[in-house]
Design a protein around this ligand. Sequence first.
Ligand code: COA
Length: 548
Amino acid sequence: MDSHSSHLNAANRSRNSQTPSPSHSASASASSSLHKRKLAATTAANAAASEDHAPPSASFPPSSNDDLESISARGADSDSDPEESEDAVVDDDEEDFAPEPDQDSSIRAFTAARLDSSSGANGSSRSTKIKTEISTVKLEAGTVTAGVSSVSGIVPKDESAKTSTDDDVQNCGAYIAREEALRREEAANRLKFVCYSNDCVDEHMMCLIGLKNIFARQLPNMPKEYIVRLLMDRKHKSVMVVRPPAGGNGITHVVGGITYRPYHSQRFGEIAFCAITADEQVKGYGTRLMNHLKEHARNVDGLTHFLTYADNNAVGYFVKQGFTKEIYLEKDVWHGFIKDYDGGLLMECKIDPKLPYTNLSKMIRQQRKAIDERIRELSNCQNVYQVAEFQKKEGGSPKKIRVEDIPGLRDAGWTPDQWGHTRYKLFSGSGDSVTKQKQLNALIRVLLKTMQDHSDAWPFKEPVDPLDVPDYYEIIKDPIDLKTIGKRVESEQYYVTLDMFVADARRMFNNCRTYNSPDTIYYKCATRLETHFHSKVQAALQSGAKSQ
Ligand code: COA
């Protein structure tokens, strides 16, 4: 899919012009050749439009322009289809859309405004909110009979889904929270997911123009003529999220949509464009839209897969929607049907035959509940114990805590003979826990000293001074150093296993390598000292094993 990335240039976007294909996958950004031809195409289209206010009968761009041509797969040439030729619609890039005067023009007015082409050309970053697309379609009172009608397979199946409480939302994760919020909007008729194509129904056409405006703004690398061409191509369909007018009359606001072409015989669909209006991005609309699309494509079109060419900016979004970089669909099925691009990444999504895509949140909630219940059967980790009394001090210093007195420890399966429990079996089975702890402490002291005495230990001897390295603690969230480790060793209470001590040392080395680049002396010191340290640990373990 194309996105507003400006780094995608003509060089890495050249498509394989040898491959006949019915439609561009707009996933890949437009090549410069498209831009060069845009002017000619617009001129031709405008000339046609000026003859009659009806959409031009001649399709644009010229048939010689193979970048913009829309040819049917394997011989079914849509350009030569007389019905489709009539459907070609000129872009309203430079003019407000003017509906045909002879078709009830007196009862409707369009306010699909022209887009600011300069800002569109510059693109927008995901984090920068640009001016909202004017994708609103104004209807005079009484012209819309049933608001925006939902399409079979698009209506949420379970309208009676229970409303989440705030508590639920906190416990269920952002995905479910967003999905359920949008489901509630749908149930309240404040939001609709519809699927329209160029069928000359006024209401549908107006929504398509609204969607075209969003695509034009959000996909600035894509020539607007090309967007219009595919959007209005009768073989393409657009699943849209719209806000119906309050009370059924007034303004239908298009929030976003996905335009795709179903290949019914091959049972896959090619996603051409996908965008959400700037003000509504990252609120879950894109995900819900994709879920509606999948359900519609499966239930209505009988599709099993989607394919799309994604550019770098869009790959992350598609991955989150279940698209993979691996193409499992046999090449014979799709090759020659969709455009080949150099630079765009072909991605695939298998549509599950059973998943309730528009009600995933309910399913996930039920699965989560089942897993929680099973965990509770196997564990008592849900029990919370009070530890307040352990924070008391005795004579100014922290109260000594016996491990066996920690509430809940025994309930969690701990037993006193686990003193010194470690992956590293150091000591023989004989001896009480106090003796074992003494042996462990002695070993840890030796290991600490071998680090402290090493010539590469100097960067680690003290905690990093934030005055010397101001951003250190922004990057390293769990700092550690030899001095701190030394204090823990001195307490003789902290390291109850060798693992704990080794883990602290490892964290010290990893922190150093995270903050410093490999060519620095610090990085090299960390690696050398770590090698030395691990050789000493191994030696200790081996001598411990021999003595057993
Ligand atoms: N790259 C990486 N991740 C992205 C992303 C992108 N471009 N866009 C959205 N995501 C992530 C979101 O952060 C979110 O992740 P989370 O679930 O971990 O929080 C997830 O995808 C879904 O986000 P959602 O809010 O449902 O998506 P959206 O409403 O913002 O719609 C787009 C996504 C891509 C359609 C929308 O951002 C858009 O119109 N972008 C501009 C046009 C474009 O790039 N189109 C795609 C190619 S044609």
